[in-house]
Write a new protein. Structure first.
Length: 259
């Protein structure tokens, strides 16, 4: 009798493990698909992820190899590239109306700030999100019901960190020069802590606004250096000093504009 009970217990344990593994892999694949479907719908640019891993028991997870493409008309291959993003989720909230994310840590992102004297790629992506959501957090454009539900999913993010990043500043148009500067740490807190929570679109806007603010602050001095170093090129490309000075002022005005 004892042997039968032991065998039954072993079978139950094995079944639980197999179910947990099945749910684990299903959840990972579902999150990856969700990012790659909802991301482009909101931003109107390509969004890709290499892999997602999330533990149902601990709530800890990682997103590896995230890439956010550049809007049409910009030359750089991507706007944002992230090697690893760590996250900690309250496990019991994963299937609730509002998912509670204790912490998101975007580690070592590579941000491309590209300006053509008329605007920049990061603001264009932000504008795309605004257009898609009509300025709010709900998608206004026609979308499949499942995608609509994912985009409207309510979140609470206690802490959002961006650490160890760098900004590739690229000036195109009059000259085509680039430089790399560090991205200061970004820390956002208590997002969606009210009863309504925050949608994926609203979270994306808050994060992108913070990135743009820091990127513009860092890019301002880099652009000045790039245009100074480009002064010697004016003879080769048939442009005068006045033209270059006007271009430099134009870039400065763009960076100083309030969002």
């Amino acid at each position: 009798m004892k042997k039968i009970i032991v065998r039954i217990l072993i079978a139950v344990v094995v079944l639980i493990i197999l179910c947990a593994l099945a749910i684990h892999f299903f959840l990972d694949a579902a999150v990856k698909r969700g990012v790659e479907r909802v991301g482009p719908m909101l931003t109107k640019v390509e969004v890709k992820v290499d892999s997602v891993s999330l533990s149902l028991l601990s709530g800890s997870g990682k997103i590896k190899g995230m890439l956010v493409g550049n809007p049409e008309g910009y030359k750089s291959p991507s706007a944002i590239s992230v090697g690893t993003t760590s996250l900690s989720v309250k496990p019991s909230s994963l299937f609730a109306d509002k998912t509670v994310v204790r912490e998101i840590n975007v580690q070592g992102p590579e941000i491309t700030f590209e300006t053509d004297l008329r605007g920049n790629n990061l603001k264009k992506i932000l504008n795309n999100i605004e257009e898609t959501t009509g300025g709010g957090g709900t998608v206004k454009e026609p979308a499949p019901p499942k995608d609509q539900a994912k985009a409207a999913k309510k979140l609470q993010v206690d802490d959002f960190f961006i650490t160890g990043g760098k900004i590739n500043v690229r000036v195109t148009g009059l000259v085509d020069k680039s430089a790399t500067v560090p991205l200061p740490e970004i820390h956002l807190q208590n997002l969606g802590t009210n009863a309504e929570g925050i949608t994926v679109a609203e979270l994306s806007k808050e994060v992108l606004k913070a990135i743009i603010k820091k990127a513009e602050e860092q890019a301002a001095s880099a652009v000045t250096d790039l245009t100074k170093n480009a002064a010697g090129l004016t003879k080769d490309i048939g442009l005068g000093t006045n033209t270059l000075e006007k271009a430099t002022k134009g870039i400065g005005d763009i960076l100083k504009k309030k969002k």
